[in-house]
Structure formats: structure tokens, C-alpha cells
Design a protein around this ligand. Structure first.
Ligand code: XLS
Ligand code: NI
Ligand code: NI
Length: 436
């Protein structure tokens, strides 16, 4: 049985192709810097946006036209699994990511819900065996249900804290069973609306306790996948605790968790935090916590997480530049945490969205590799900081001098003539690499 009859396997047809259902750049086996494109990019499908999302928004109902829409909850859940694997096979995507709540319907009790989960996990496991498609990461949705209105691990209710632990325990077990290469903690509703009713100190301590319990439980069950934190500054709460990479690093260090977690950087979250996508990747890289990527883009004019498919070539070049500089993905990958617009309700639009994103990142990879091979920015930056490689600069870096020595030096030498930062020139060179 096919869920996407109207679309056949998406092929690479090259830059001159006019076929919307073909890759213009993404050529999975093409070698870039010694690895195939597919090995570099490690594309993943987000289960929630691709299969579970129905196109609702705060003002309107579901719009998505899907063949499983009218099935009963469990049949729908099964159909979505089969549809998802057919979708990934047709696009040549080898990984997926999911929340527990994406795959199986809610039930009256936690026990019943976990039974539903087990039934669907069996179907997923079968499809993984059939196709060879792998799990990039799993996670638990601890934000949709009303019980999480005040947060999960940072809820004012200890019962909710316990419930969240039960849910995460199960989601970790499933992730392990499916051979997941990672597990994501995105802060859901871990944050606050007003400090008038919030004990921020206790909430953060509890979040630290919760993550430590997750680390301990992973050890107990032998789950060796990578743990990630996915920073986001706001939405759904006014102030999310995992604001950005720098904030999360401070948090992890305070609770002595810095060796256990890496970052899952989402483009749209970076821009909501007032940073560029490149900035967040760079901060993760220089602190040794670069892990995985949620590939999407926001809208310059909107202040929320629009989760659009990434089409901005500038951003994808600079993102892939950071990924390559970080040594590439190991356990991580490029998960399309992106959804088609509400008006793009036809099944074909799903394919078109992924093709747009995959081609944009394939092009980003190619251009970034060229920039790196030619050491375009490296040579400039090296020269720009060369004063730290000899003389007094070298002494500063090597910790050989203090204020007294530096003061003597400054009194004697003053400041040599500075050089231009040449930003406009560098931006023009970057454009040249993008054009050609
Ligand atoms: C929401 C987040 C979410 C995480 C997984 O903004 O991006 O989708 O990626 O829980
Ligand atoms: Ni995300
Ligand atoms: Ni998001």
C-alpha cells in the first residue's frame, strides 16, 4: 500500500532541471572533502511536523489533506509510521526524529498510553529493519498536555515532576530500543510567565536534578546515545530557561553536567534569541558542545518560531561552514524541524518542502567546503590576530605577563597603526563564492 502514489522516488537531475520533484544540487553520493554529501548532511525527518502536524494555528483548524485523516487513533498512528517510512525512502532520507506523543495517541492513564506506545514502536522497528532507516534522536513531549501548563521538570507541582520523569524514562527506553543515536531535551514549558509567582532558583535546581536523573538512568540501562539540549529563548513561555547556547553552558556548568550534554542548535531559535544561526553554532563549536542541528528558518518580520523550510542560501553556507569547522556531524545531523505553510496542504507540498531544504543545505555544504579549501576567511583572520603570535602578544597568550609588564610595554611602545577589518571586502568575496 502506498500513501504517496502521486510521487515517485526523488532523483538528482542537476542545476538545469525544471522538475519541481527533483534535486537540483543534492546528489547523495557526490564526494565533498572526502565524504559523500549524504554522510556530511545526515538529513533527518521530523515526525511531528511531517506526519502528526495537521495545519492548525491559534486561529484555525486543521487543513492538511492526508489519506489517514479519517482513521481511528491507533490506525492513524500505524498509517503514519508506514507513510513516514515511504516518505523517507522516496526522498533518500536515512534518519528520523520523534517525540513520544507524535507516534501514539494519548490514553486515559499513563499505563494505557505506554501500551499504545509499545504497539507503535513495534511497527516502527519493523519499518526500520525493512528500510535501514535509523533514529537520529528521540525526545518526550512534555508541553502539549494541560498537566504541563506550569512546566514539566520546572513545574510548581512535584507530581508533574514525577510524571515527567516517568515519561522521559519510557521515551529513553524506546530511543534505546530503536538504536537512537541521541536524545534531545528541548525546554518545552521550562520557563516562566511572571516572576510574581515563580521561584526561579528552585525551578532551575529542579531542572538540574531532573537532567542528572536522566544521566543516571541512561547509565543504568546502558543507553550510550548523545544527550542534547536545544536552546530557545521564548515560546511557549515568555522566558525559556534554555535561552541560548551561552545560557545553557552556564547552567550545565553550575550543575556539573557539562560533559554529558551537547547542543542541538535550531536556526529559528537562534534568531529569536537575537543571534544568527552561525553565532549559535560558533558558540557551540568553540566550547566543544556542537552536536546536532534543527534545520529551519524563521521570518525576519515575525517574532515567533515559524519553523519554515530553510531556503536562505546565505545562512546555509555559514551554517555548513561552522559544521565543517567543528569537524562535521558525529552522532548529530540535520533534522528538518520545519513545516509546510498551512495553505500548502497537499501531500506534494511535503516533498517540495524537503527538496527545498535538502538542496539549500547541499549547496551550502558545497560553497562552505570551497571557502574552507581556499582558506578565504582563515587566512584573513590569522593575519588579523597575528600580533598574538610573537612578542608581547605571545607573552599575553602564554600567561607570562601581568599589568605591570604590560604597562611598561605600553609606556614604551604606544599602539602601532591599526588595520582595516575589511568587512565589505569579505562580504563581497563570500557573495562571489555563492554566485559561482
Ligand atoms: C520547538 C522545538 C521542538 C524540539 C523538539 O520549538 O523546536 O520541536 O525540536 O522537542
Ligand atoms: Ni527543534
Ligand atoms: Ni522550534
Amino acid at each position: 500500500m502506498s500513501y504517496f502514489n502521486e510521487v515517485s522516488k526523488i532523483k538528482f537531475e542537476g542545476a538545469t532541471s525544471k522538475n519541481p520533484l527533483a534535486f537540483k544540487v543534492y546528489n547523495s553520493e557526490e564526494i565533498i572533502m572526502g565524504k559523500t554529501m549524504k554522510e556530511h548532511l545526515r538529513f533527518a525527518m521530523s515526525y511531528w511536523h511531517t506526519l502528526t502536524g495537521e495545519g492548525t494555528d491559534p486561529f484555525g483548524n486543521a487543513t492538511m489533506e492526508r489519506s489517514w485523516n479519517d482513521l481511528s487513533p491507533m490506525d492513524k498512528a500505524k498509517a503514519r509510521v508506514e507513510a513516514g517510512f515511504e516518505f523517507m525512502e522516496k526522498l533518500g532520507i536515512e534518519y528520523f526524529c520523534f517525540h513520544d506523543k507524535d507516534i501514539a495517541p494519548e490514553a486515559e492513564t499513563l499505563e494505557e498510553y505506554q501500551k499504545n506506545l509499545d504497539i507503535i514502536v513495534d511497527v516502527i522497528e519493523k519499518e526500520m529493519k525493512r528500510t535501514g532507516i535509523k533514529l537520529l534522536w528521540g525526545t518526550s513531549n512534555m508541553f502539549s498536555h494541560p498537566r504541563f501548563m506550569h512546566g514539566a521538570a520546572t513545574s510548581c507541582s512535584a507530581d508533574v515532576f514525577a510524571y515527567s520523569a516517568a515519561q522521559t524514562k519510557k521515551a529513553m527506553e524506546i530511543t534505546k530500543r530503536l538504536g537512537g543515536e541521541g536524545y534531545v531535551f528541548w525546554g518545552g514549558r521550562e520557563g516562566y510567565e511572571t516572576l510574581l509567582n515563580t521561584d526561579m532558583g528552585l525551578e532551575l535546581d529542579n531542572l538540574g536534578r531532573f537532567l542528572q536523573m536522566a544521566v543516571d538512568y541512561a547509565k543504568e540501562i546502558g543507553f550510550t546515545g548523545q544527550f542534547y539540549i536545544e536552546p530557545k529563548p521564548k515560546e511557549p513561555t515568555k522566558h525559556q530557561y534554555d535561552f541560548d547556547t551561552t545560557t545553557v553552558l552556564g547552567f550545565l556548568r553550575k550543575y556539573n553536567l557539562q560533559d554529558k550534554f551537547k547542543m542541538n542548535i535550531e536556526a529559528n531559535h537562534a534568531t529569536l534569541a537575537g543571534h544568527t544561526f552561525q553565532h549559535e553554532l560558533n558558540v557551540a563549536r568553540i566550547n566543544g558542545v556542537f552536536g546536532s542541528v534543527d534545520a529551519n528558518q524563521g521570518d525576519m518580520l515575525l517574532g515567533w518560531d515559524t519553523d519554515q523550510f530553510p531556503t536562505n542560501i546565505y545562512d546555509s553556507v555559514l551554517a555548513m561552514y561552522e559544521v565543517l569547522k567543528a569537524g562535521g556531524f558525529t552522532t548529530g545531523g540535520l533534522n528538518f524541524d520545519a513545516k509546510v505553510r498551512r495553505g500548502s496542504f497537499e501531500v506534494e507540498d511535503l516533498f517540495l518542502g524537503y527538496i527545498a531544504g535538502m538542496d539549500t543545505f547541499a549547496k551550502g555544504l558545497k560553497i562552505a567546503a570551497k571557502l574552507l579549501e581556499d582558506k578565504v576567511f582563515e587566512n584573513f583572520v590569522e593575519e588579523r590576530y597575528s600580533s598574538y603570535t610573537t612578542g608581547i602578544g605571545k607573552d599575553i597568550v602564554e600567561g607570562k605577563v601581568g599589568f605591570k609588564e604590560l604597562s611598561d610595554y605600553a609606556l614604551k611602545n604606544g599602539v602601532q597603526k591599526l588595520k582595516s577589518g575589511k568587512q565589505e571586502m569579505l562580504e563581497t568575496i563570500l557573495n562571489q563564492y555563492i554566485y559561482n
